[in-house]
Design a protein around this ligand. Structure first.
Ligand code: HEC
Length: 99
């Protein structure tokens, strides 16, 4: 009898641990990605489009204001970067949030 209740306790603990970890797993990635997904998307876009001719760190190193970024990206587009108006706007928005 004693042995059996010990087993029940372990089973119950396992269930509780699984349940708690399932809950926190479900809660945290959803919460984290809601805010970081959009950011990662723009960063991936910059990594993809802006590292063709120079490294993307050239972009991350630069700290410009909105107007200057607009000029720089227009210059890059003249040089051959493939960036739509909408992508340009999202890049600038993201770049301005970078420290
Ligand atoms: C078709 C080639 C090409 C692509 C694609 C490109 N660049 Fe450039 N970029 C250059 C060249 C050439 C220079 C000047 C030489 C250097 O500094 O390496 C430069 C320099 C820069 C500089 C530093 C000089 C300055 O004027 O401030 C920044 C910042 C920059 N690029 C940002 C970007 C961004 C953002 C993108 C993506 C939207 C991008 N580049 C895509 C060719 C390109």
């Amino acid at each position: 009898m004693k042995k059996k209740s010990g087993l029940m306790t372990i089973l119950l603990l396992t269930v509780v641990v699984l349940w708690v970890s399932a809950c926190s797993n479900a809660a945290s990635p959803a919460g984290a990605s809601a805010s970081s997904n959009g950011n990662d998307e723009v960063k991936a876009l910059i990594d993809e489009r802006c590292s063709v001719c120079h490294s993307a760190s050239q972009v991350y190193r630069a700290h410009y204001d909105e107007a200057r970024w607009s000029d720089v990206i227009d210059t890059m587009i003249e040089r051959g970067a493939v960036v739509s108006e909408e992508e340009k706007a999202r890049m600038i928005e993201w770049l301005l949030t970078q420290p």
